[in-house]
Ligand binder design. Sequence first.
Ligand SMILES: C[S@@+](CC[C@H](N)C(=O)[O-])C[C@H]1O[C@@H](n2cnc3c(N)ncnc32)[C@H](O)[C@@H]1O
Length: 248
Amino acid sequence: MDKGKVWLVGAGPGDPGLLTLKAFQVLQEAEVILYDRLVSEDVLKLANPAAERIYVGKHEGEQHRRQEEILYLMLRLAHGGRNVVRLKGGDPMVFGRGGEEWRFLQEHGVPVEVVPGVSSAIALPALAGIPLTCRGYSSGFAVVSGHCREGEKQDWSRYARAETLVVLMGVKERSWIAGTLLDLGREPQEPVCFIEKGTTPEERVVEATLAAVARGKVEVLPPAVWVIGKVVALRQILLPAREGCHVR
Ligand SMILES: C[S@@+](CC[C@H](N)C(=O)[O-])C[C@H]1O[C@@H](n2cnc3c(N)ncnc32)[C@H](O)[C@@H]1O
């Protein structure tokens, strides 16, 4: 492993079996690991036991300040000749600030290598029996953030017509988002599914309709991936025996 370099590595959604071989290899050789809130303990157990581990997860309200600190911490470590693994849940380039960190390091002359990860946006629906595209059901999907910067709102008219919509970070605003999508012409009886804490022992799958979510009837806890679209109905065919919670 080269010295003074940063690896931007995806840890997948939680189950260590979904880590790539490349990520495993890089974790084995890491000297310092900076990891986020959504990186599971089971994935960290696979890392070099001698590596220094620094938790850099963020809580609401401290995002901006903390991100600055993380950038300069990576820079200091890399300039000090350490090989640094920046480990992020899912894929670093899907709502993971991977692009921003890469750019910052690049501008400061630090070599960067990316190790893509299995994103929760695609893996969790698949594991729940929901293919995001399927002939006769959906020929495309959009992955959208339900949470914007302070004071900003997502412009849902850009995405409302996608056959399959996958919403990340949308739990808190779910009723408002569902209501907005109904106002923009989606069907009240359209099936939706939340996959909460996917691939962990606490995983919970909640099926509902868009109208029920808009009425505030659907209990979900973060983190969850929210799928909206006809493809959700395939779950009953592909995993008929799987238990879940249904709200109609
Ligand atoms: C900041 S985004 C990071 C996404 C990540 N980079 C990815 O590719 O999966 C965090 C959001 O991802 C989703 N998420 C990530 N891991 C999850 C998991 N194990 N179970 C449910 N949702 C998850 C949730 O919507 C959560 O709010």
